[in-house]
Design a protein around this ligand. Structure first.
Ligand code: ADP
Ligand code: GN1
Ligand code: MG
Length: 382
């Protein structure tokens, strides 16, 4: 569980509440950001939070205020202003829904600088700030069935609230993000060039991937049969905040990849990140598996808010989503490993390879459990 110390108090010095890895006096980033966002500069601390693979996410905190600040990865998001525009449009839409009593979750909001900008260039990077949602925690591995159902239900509420959002307004911040055919092309290219001389380390994984190419055609066959919807596109369990007191869902976060897509993407990403009892990079592959009861909870939780609008074809497509999303992220990790780790943040040389193998183990278990998982989907069709 990722708890963030968030009790704001004026009686205890902040440095005693949070063991800052960046003490204020030696940290010009904290000083600069706190000035830009209008915080007290004296007692400010800056501490990394979360386990994201792309941006650098930190808590900037004084006695009275807390902000989540992120250094955006501009290799992955070359147009950060478009990220902010997308997120603010979604914020606005969700706020209107909230005012009409149609959306109950907290809304993640950008915070402007004192000059009314949303981006700050500093330290060879681009930073933004988000309102800190206190009294919350996130998870990297789902702990209980009810937690899975709660989170899936919240992602379902989010999808429902965005259902009438004009998704064409959104910039395609990462074009072809969930285009499996393009992901295969990128994979084949990197295997061919072998820029980091790593192909020999993972030939059997490469062969395994090439053998899954039929998934591309299965996805193509769905074109025109299911609607394009505004999607979150990163429904990892750690992109959900839970309430510390009640364990209810509190907020859907990390809206950076909201773009038009298929609901099967969001469904599949939940299965991929909720169902395994192991972390995404665990090397304990014997225990990487789909917990069927968690799968059932996701189906139940996600479909419930969408029941009036979801089509039968979409519900049917969730089986393909389960396979495609789990396989595709494995393929992306392996591609990045062979490429020399240029995309995902890694902690050691084989990190991406370990993540890929973990996801392929999960994917294999999904295939092995096809009958059971399809039966669970079938029960929830009616
Ligand atoms: P990344 O792009 O690095 O994945 P996220 O936006 O998902 O960044 O944030 C990483 C982690 O930081 C989350 O899993 C959560 O624990 C915490 N977090 C992010 N935003 C907030 C917020 N507004 N309030 C409280 N905690 C947050
Ligand atoms: C990245 O930023 P984060 O850690 O929430 C990635 C997702 C992957 C995920 C794998 C922009 O998400 O697509 O599914 O890692 N985000 C981007 O854990 O590529
Ligand atoms: Mg995230």
């Amino acid at each position: 569980m990722n708890y963030i110390t968030d009790e704001l108090t004026t009686s205890t010095p902040v440095q005693m509440q949070i063991k800052s890895e960046f003490p204020m006096k030696s940290n010009p980033v904290a000083a600069h950001l706190s000035e830009c966002f209008g915080l007290n500069k004296v007692d400010v601390s800056l501490k990394p939070i979360g386990n994201g693979h792309i941006n650098t996410t930190m808590l900037l905190k004084t006695d009275e205020h807390a902000l989540v600040v992120q250094k955006l990865n501009t290799d992955v998001f070359p147009h950060p202003e478009q990220l902010v525009e997308n997120a603010r449009l979604i914020e606005q839409h969700l706020t209107e829904k909230h005012q009409k009593g149609e959306y109950d979750l907290d809304i993640i909001r950008h915070v402007p600088t004192i000059k009314n900008d949303f981006l700050v260039e500093y330290d060879h990077g681009v930073w933004r700030a988000l309102e800190f949602i206190g009294g919350s925690y996130s998870e990297d591995v789902v702990a209980t069935i009810s937690q899975a159902q709660t989170a899936a239900n919240a992602f379902g509420q989010f999808a429902l609230a965005l259902q009438d959002f004009e998704a064409d307004q959104l910039h395609h911040v990462i074009p072809n993000f969930h285009n499996l055919a393009m992901r295969f092309d990128a994979f084949k290219k990197v295997v061919e060039h072998d820029p980091a001389s790593r192909v020999a380390l993972c030939q059997s994984d490469i062969d395994f991937c090439l053998n899954q190419h039929a998934l591309v055609d299965e996805l193509k066959e769905l074109e025109g049969k299911i609607p394009l919807r505004p999607c979150h596109n990163d429904t990892k369990i750690n992109n959900m905040l839970f309430c510390k007191q009640s364990d209810d869902a509190k907020a859907v976060i990390d809206l950076d990849t909201c773009m038009p897509g298929y609901w099967l993407f969001d469904f599949g990403d939940m299965v991929r990140t909720f169902c395994s009892p192991e972390q995404e990079d665990s090397t304990n592959l014997n225990n990487v598996r789909v917990r069927e009861e968690i799968f059932a909870a996701i189906v139940k939780g996600y479909v419930e808010p969408l029941k009036e609008v979801i089509t039968d074809a979409e519900k049917e497509s969730f089986w393909l989503g389960t396979k495609v999303m789990t396989f595709m992220i494995g393929l992306r990790f392996l591609t990045d490993f062979i490429d020399g780790d240029n995309y995902f943040a890694t902690k050691h040389a084989h990190h991406n390879l370990e993540r890929a193998r973990n996801q392929f183990a999960l994917y294999r278990d999904i295939l092995a459990k096809e009958h059971t998982l399809k039966a669970i989907l079938e029960i929830n069709k009616g």
